[in-house]
Design a binder for this molecule. Sequence first.
Ligand code: PMT
Length: 410
Amino acid sequence: MAPLAGRRIVLGVSGGIAAYKAVEICRRLVDAGAYVMPVLTTGATRFVGPLTFSALASEPARTSLFEGPEPIPHTRLGQNCDLVVVAPATARVIGHYAAGISNDLLTATLLATRAPVLVAPAMHTEMWEHPAVQDNLALLRRRGVHIVDPESGRLAGGDIGAGRLADPARIVEAAVAILSPPTSTVSGGDLAGRRILVTAGGTREAIDPVRFIGNRSSGKMGYAIAEAAARRGAEVVLVTTVNRAAPPGVADVVPVESAAEMADAVLGRYGDVDVVVMAAAVADFRPKATNAEKIKKAAGPPEIVLEPTTDILAELGRKKSAQYLVGFAAETERLVEQAAAKMAAKRVDLMVANDVTAPGSGFEVDTNRAVLIAPDGTTRELPQMPKIELADAIWDRVVSELNDRNKEAP
Ligand code: PMT
């Protein structure tokens, strides 16, 4: 069967020389069985005529919020599609989308849709490398937008560099992957078909451009949990502050730095996952203001006023529907008592309490020693073991509880 049969896709085309390649993307999507609804910005129509898309796509191309027969085309398009693909996406469209500004049919559709969005940027190297563009893309990634990065090669005007639209075949493959994700990476694994989000590492809260408030988390515990979940067949998203290679089998890695960025990334994906494991060490407080310039030593010790960050796990607990929540508690005293109190406050299904002052346990080391706590207060004390083994012990417990839930479901 055609891989996109029955799927309704809005193809957004914005104004760059690569707009001519969107014609091939349109044809390939149609060939793959999709019902394609093209939306061109005014800029795009300067490069390619709407008639070309109308001839190839499933509906006539739209170019304006106001000129078609429908009074509100963006809401109809946004509500009735399975995917929005923007290719090529210019710096302007990316910027407007990231900032939530709608000033044409394409940006209005992007804001009106709840469907997944795939953005394929294309622009000159200088624009592609501009921090504003990269920050906007990082923000979109954190919100769950799929990005197909451009390639390096010959650009308009004969320059050579990064920014050339990804190959149309790659963009269509990415669309197929979004609409028909593999149910598991390991067939038959006991987490096959489960979508799992894991956080790892310590957040950094900026004081000024060079200093931050941080903690000692290396990400080892979170990476071990993500690796074990992928090996057991889950589809894993890893939200991490740590800059290191993705664990085997984990394709979706979302880099973040601060607690606020982690909160955006986790809460934005919550509706799409079955299990969340908060192994990250998230700052409880951040500087109320971040100095734009490096604070000068000569001015004497600064007074830094702190404010609370979002408690991500507590927020997940509040918004929980069918998800299973695993929390970690990093304690230095009264381990079980303190961890159990956090568990109740955050509506967690399983709390992993670790004493971060015990030798061979907690931050940075390759081993850990934990007590698993259930909501009814029962505990299971595990001996010190490598973090990857603790990860499997946690998954054994989660799998058994998820299976029990399935049996209980009517
Ligand atoms: O990364 P490693 O070097 O391998 O170290 C592993 C670890 C010690 C970081 C890990 O085993 C661990 O204990 N992680 C949780 C650290 C922590 O923040 O604990 P906490 O007791 O302060 O928070 C309790 C829970 O709430 C945690 O799941 C935490 O992710 C979450 N939280 C905390 C604060 C906040 N603002 N939002 C949160 O979601």
